[in-house]
Design a protein around this ligand. Structure first.
Ligand code: 5GP
Length: 190
């Protein structure tokens, strides 16, 4: 998506070979006009996938996911990052390793917000090693719900997440794909 790639070129900061800082338009300050266009683009791509619900992970996925859900006329469910396992039967949980923080958390979804009839679109800001997305996949397995697709703003194609999700046969649609990064340098897939 040209607008997103242009924005990354203008304001994205490659901190090293692995981490891209996008604080000025996604993670801290949010460019709402760009997020609206991103939401529209996801809605267009997934319009014939029979999606019933949009899911994301707090907190950076929320802005683009709100706009995607709005353009699709659907509810958005935000998966929580809980620090502990919750006992009792009211939630589904799966353990995820955080890419940026190096910590672990329990991706948590209240059972009342998902059903086996749902076909879900998962939206996230980055795809790196696919841990967040795999946590989502496991939650859908527990809930017996179907996966209609995965929408990513920025895929770092040199990390392992894309292959992992492709191997599961999932429809992964990334708006910007980075082939290589280094301090001050970003190369996109053509
Ligand atoms: P994964 O679970 O695919 O390994 O990593 C995805 C998650 O880690 C995303 O939800 C995102 O919040 C965070 N993340 C991964 N790579 C980056 C990055 O280069 N920059 C930022 N700001 N966040 C990232």
């Amino acid at each position: 998506m040209k607008e997103l790639i242009d924005k990354i070129r203008a304001e994205g900061i490659a901190l090293n070979e692995e981490v891209l800082k996008v604080d000025s338009f996604i993670n801290h300050q949010v460019d709402t006009v760009l997020m609206d266009r991103i939401g529209e683009t996801f809605a267009e791509h997934f319009k014939n996938h029979g999606i019933t619900k949009v899911l994301t992970v707090e907190s950076s996925g929320i802005a683009p996911a709100v706009f995607a859900a709005k353009h699709m006329g659907l509810d958005l469910v935000v998966l929580k990052k809980s620090t502990s396992k919750i006992l009792g039967g009211e939630v589904y949980q799966s353990t995820v390793s955080s890419f940026t923080k190096g910590t672990r958390y329990e991706l948590t979804l209240a059972k009342k917000f998902i059903s086996p009839e749902d076909r879900v679109l998962f939206i996230d800001d980055f795809l790196a090693n696919g841990q967040a997305a795999m946590g989502f996949v496991q939650l859908m397995e527990k809930a017996g719900a179907k996966i209609g697709g995965i929408g990513i703003l920025i895929e770092k194609s040199f990390q392992s997440g894309r292959k992992m999700l492709d191997d599961l046969g999932l429809d992964v649609y990334s708006l910007a794909r980075i082939r290589k990064m280094n301090e001050g340098m970003i190369t996109f897939e053509s």
